[in-house]
Design a protein. Structure first.
Length: 209
């Protein structure tokens, strides 16, 4: 069973609280999404493999740990997931980027695919799927299904705000995927939105509300 990691770090708690404020400006909201994504990536990459290399410091030659490889990809679920990409790339600048486009039916809340573009060697990479909100879990499950259809096996899902319903749905459909959550909220309302949540993340990132 994949692990579910709900962050308790003070900086993440502070920044997610600021994001929730309905008066938070588009710029500030966008900056906070990027910052929280970067903080989450720090923890989500804790088990990246290392190797020893010899480096000459100004004082002496010695062996030090560096990343064994750079076989990482970040895959945002469009469109809101785009807001988290730069936060991941701040720490892993050589990661490749794929895109999965899904929209949610306003009545059934079911996800529908409209775009998928992935690195040619995606199946060889450790993948970080990012989306600010994990509500019903439908989009997350669909995106992970698509990646598995492309042969992907090493996957992590990063979201800033999650509802218990979304976590359950993702774990049931993809028990092998690790889930990293910035904040776990109370429930979904009748329209499938997270409560207390922060509204529509895509609208708030791109100023389209």
């Amino acid at each position: 069973m994949g692990k579910v990691y709900v962050f308790d770090h003070p900086l993440i708690q502070h920044k997610t609280a600021l994001m929730r404020d309905k008066t938070c400006s588009v710029k500030d909201f966008r900056d906070l999404v990027r910052e929280v994504a970067s903080l989450m990536t720090f923890e989500a990459t804790r088990d990246l493999p290392l190797k020893k290399v010899e480096i000459e410091t100004p004082m002496a030659k010695a062996e030090f740990n560096v990343l064994e490889g750079e076989d990482v990809a970040v895959v945002p679920i469009l469109r809101a997931g785009l807001g988290m990409v730069d936060g991941v790339l701040d720490l892993i600048p050589n990661a490749k980027v794929g895109h999965i486009g899904l929209y949610r039916d306003p009545v059934t809340h079911e996800p529908h695919e409209y775009y998928c573009k992935l690195p040619y060697d995606i199946e060889k990479r450790r993948i970080f799927v990012v989306d600010p909100m994990l509500a019903t879990g439908g989009s997350a499950v669909a995106a992970l299904n698509m990646l598995k259809e492309h042969g992907c096996v090493k996957m992590h899902f990063l979201c800033i705000i999650a509802a218990p319903e979304g976590i359950r749905a993702l774990q049931e459909a993809h028990p092998d995927v690790d889930l990293y959550v910035g904040a776990l909220d109370d429930h979904l309302n009748d329209h499938g939105y997270i409560v207390p949540g922060l509204g529509d993340a895509g609208d708030r990132i791109f100023g389209t509300k």
